[in-house]
Design a protein around this ligand. Structure first.
Ligand SMILES: [Zn+2]
Length: 93
């Protein structure tokens, strides 16, 4: 599962590939989304070595960057956290 890649396109048509893989050591984040200016396929990496909820939140967070590039980190973080909590609550009822 860790090597499985999923691709998608954002609204502008930029292609992305998302993978559950730990970002390089120097990147301390739980995930990383490379800028859409990259030629070809831009990459998103999500660290799989977190608990399930955090992995889901990180996936939402990084995909949000891909769709809303330029939106502040605070907004993306708040959105990802909120959506992740809503999905979790709906799932638990
Ligand atoms: Zn971010």
């Amino acid at each position: 599962m860790a090597n499985k890649a999923v691709t998608f396109k954002n609204y502008e048509g930029q292609k992305y590939e998302i993978k559950l893989r730990k970002p390089r050591k120097e990147v301390k984040a739980a995930g990383i989304c490379y800028p859409p200016e990259n030629v070809g396929i831009a990459k998103i990496l999500v660290n799989p070595h977190q608990d399930e909820d955090d992995v889901q939140e990180t996936i939402i967070h990084e995909i949000s960057h891909a769709f809303f590039w330029g939106t502040s980190e605070d907004k993306i973080t708040y959105f990802a956290k909120t959506l992740s909590q809503i999905l979790k609550k709906l799932d638990n009822t």
